[in-house]
Design a protein around this ligand. Structure first.
Ligand code: G3H
Length: 250
C-alpha cells in the first residue's frame, strides 16, 4: 500500500521570514493529518523553516545540491551542509534545473549517488517537453531519464527514491495532463523500474505527478492507480491553496 505523498516546491519564492510564518501556519493546520508532506524552500530559507516545523511531521527538502561534498565551487551548497542543518531530503533533476542550468541525466545521476551516500531521500524529477511528446518520444525520454538517473542505485536504495513525473509543458502553465495521460506515464515509469529492479521495488515506488496541480484537480489525479502523490509548485505558496491539496481525500 503506497501512502499519499504531497510535496510543495517553493522554487525561488519565500524569504526566511515569510517561509517561517508559512511553515508555522501549515504545521498547525496539519496537526492530526496523516498524509506525508514535504516542503522545499530555497536554501537560505531552510533554517527558519526547519525551526518553524519542529515537532511536526513535515519534511523539509532542498531544491537542489552540488555534486561534491566540499571544495572550490563558488556559490554552491553541498549535501554535507544540508545534512548538517538537519535536511533529510532533496529534489534532483527538476526540469528547471535541466532546461535553465543545463543539467544532464549523467550529472543528475552523480548527485543522486552522492545524496544516497549522505543518507538523503530523493525526489527525482523526470518528464518530457511538448516537442518530445508531439514527436512520439515520451517513452524514449522517460526511459533515458529514469535509467540514467538511477544508474548505480541498488534495489535496497530504491526505498530512498521518489520519482516525480512532471510533463514540462504542464509546469506553471495552468495546463494539467489529463489524469489518464498522467497515469499512463506513471504506469510506464513503474514498468521501467520493474525491468531495472523487481516487481516488489516497482510496486513500492511512490510516483508523484507535477504540473499545475491544484485543489480542483488533485482528487481526480490521485484517484488513478499509479499516481501516488503530487509535486506542487505555484499552489504550494499559500496555505489556503496547499492545505486542500494535502487533505484532498479528507
Ligand atoms: O516542482 C513543481 C512543479 O514544477 C510544478 O509546478 P506548478 O505546480 O507551478 O505547475
Amino acid at each position: 500500500m503506497r501512502k499519499p505523498y504531497i510535496a510543495g516546491n517553493w522554487k525561488m519564492n519565500m524569504t526566511p521570514s515569510a517561509g517561517a510564518a508559512f511553515a508555522k501556519e501549515l504545521a498547525k493546520a496539519l496537526e492530526g493529518v496523516d498524509t506525508k508532506v514535504m516542503i522545499a524552500p530555497p536554501f537560505v530559507t531552510i533554517p527558519a523553516v526547519l525551526e518553524a516545523v519542529k515537532g511536526s511531521n513535515i519534511i523539509v527538502a532542498a531544491q537542489n545540491m552540488n555534486d561534491h561534498l566540499s571544495g572550490a565551487y563558488t556559490g554552491e551548497v553541498s549535501p554535507a551542509m544540508l545534512k548538517d542543518l538537519g535536511v533529510t531530503n532533496v529534489i534532483l533533476g527538476h526540469s528547471e534545473r535541466r532546461a535553465i542550468y543545463g543539467e544532464t541525466d549523467e550529472f543528475i545521476n552523480k548527485k543522486v549517488l552522492l545524496a544516497l551516500s549522505e543518507s538523503m531521500d530523493i525526489d527525482l524529477c523526470v518528464g518530457e517537453t511538448l516537442e518530445e511528446r508531439e514527436a512520439g518520444k515520451l517513452e524514449e525520454v522517460l526511459t533515458r531519464q529514469v535509467s540514467v538517473g538511477l544508474s548505480g542505485v541498488s534495489a535496497e536504495q530504491m526505498s530512498h527514491i521518489t520519482i516525480a513525473y512532471e510533463p514540462v509543458w504542464a509546469i506553471g502553465t495552468g495546463k494539467t495532463a489529463t489524469p489518464e495521460d498522467a497515469d499512463d506515464a506513471h504506469a510506464f515509469i513503474r514498468s521501467l523500474v520493474e525491468k531495472l529492479y523487481t516487481k516488489g521495488v516497482a510496486e513500492e515506488l511512490i510516483i508523484q505527478y507535477g504540473g499545475s496541480v491544484k485543489a480542483s484537480n488533485v482528487k481526480s489525479l490521485m484517484s488513478k492507480k499509479h499516481i501516488d502523490g503530487a509535486l506542487v509548485g505555484g499552489a504550494s505558496l499559500s496555505v489556503e491553496q496547499f492545505l486542500p491539496i494535502v487533505t484532498f481525500d479528507k
